[in-house]
Design a protein around this ligand. Structure first.
Ligand SMILES: [Zn+2]
Length: 300
């Protein structure tokens, strides 16, 4: 699933092409692509795209009519800028064509959890935001991101740290991959309760998440499941640098202990059982916090 670095890579690709383009035609090829049932996407025909913005995993193209086309990649969405002449693949869900251009925008989505919609732009202290994104917290790439506020929002939660990291109302943009990576770098077990973690460690955790996502952005993101690509169809190559995510059974690059995978909050979590000590379950774990393969907490 694309996370902040992947969506930002897509935004950077789109911003090279879309601003000043006048929308000449919008073709909807799958009914699920238009999320806003009240307003048809085709209403944007004739509008000019001003710029391409992002908050967390949401992207939007501001239009010269005070509204925006908002998009979310969902699990497998791709936004491509491609030649009109290129064959339209079966997973293309929408096409936007522009006046006087030989290239077009294609929204490709194999699993159809992604969407596009037209939404009003709302004035906020941090600029104009589409109405459907107002609930999304600022992400660490945002110039208005406030680390101390994010630490406070995190520490207010009475839940496990990984669950809170994935909550887009606290900090947006972090998904399963970068949550596992940030926790590994911070030596924090994903199931630890937030109240057991000192604020200084929460601060370091957010800094680590930002650092990991910045490093991934420099490499064009992580194309772990081969579905994520940039606007030109290229894969990112950060997966070679991943320390925990997807590394089950491989030695931790810090201590050599096998990385473990557990199911937590309906998702896979990957961590080093030695570097990232489990909370209050020492009885279940052997010496050095290394659990038995057959225990309830072992990989599935
Ligand atoms: Zn380790």
């Amino acid at each position: 699933m694309p996370e902040l670095p992947e969506v930002e890579t897509v935004r950077r690709g789109l911003v090279k092409f879309l601003p000043k383009s006048k929308i000449a035609e919008i073709q909807i090829l799958h009914p699920r692509v238009n999320r806003n049932s009240e307003q048809s996407l085709e209403n944007a025909v004739g509008a000019k795209i001003e710029n391409v913005y992002r908050r967390g995993k949401y992207l939007w193209f501001s239009l010269d009519r005070g509204n925006a086309i908002v998009g979310h990649l969902g699990m497998s969405g791709q936004m491509l800028i491609t030649s009109k002449k290129k064959t339209v693949s079966p997973h293309v869900r929408a096409i936007i064509r522009f006046a006087g251009s030989s290239a077009e925008f294609r929204f490709v989505d194999q699993r159809t959890f992604g969407w596009l919609s037209i939404d009003e732009l709302i004035d906020t202290p941090s600029g104009e935001i589409p109405e459907c994104c107002l609930h999304v917290a600022q992400d660490p790439f945002d110039s208005n991101f406030n680390l101390e506020e994010a630490v406070r929002r995190l520490s207010d939660r009475k839940t496990e740290i990984k669950r809170a990291l994935l909550n887009q109302k606290i900090i947006s943009g972090i998904g399963n991959i970068y949550a596992d990576e940030a926790l590994w770098f911070s030596r924090i077990h994903p199931e630890r309760k937030i109240e057991s973690i000192p604020q200084s460690e929460l601060r370091t955790l957010i800094r680590n998440a930002t650092k990991v996502m910045n490093n991934s952005l420099k490499r064009g993101g992580t194309s772990f499941d081969d579905l994520y690509i940039d606007v030109n169809g290229e894969s990112g190559y950060y997966e070679i640098s991943l320390k925990a995510y997807g590394r089950e059974g491989e030695p931790c690059s810090r201590c050599g202990t096998s990385i473990r995978r557990i199911t937590f909050a309906n998702r896979a979590s990957h961590f080093c059982p030695l570097c990232q000590q489990a909370p209050r379950t020492k009885s279940k774990l052997g010496k050095n916090g290394v659990g038995n393969r057959g225990s309830k907490r072992s990989s599935r």
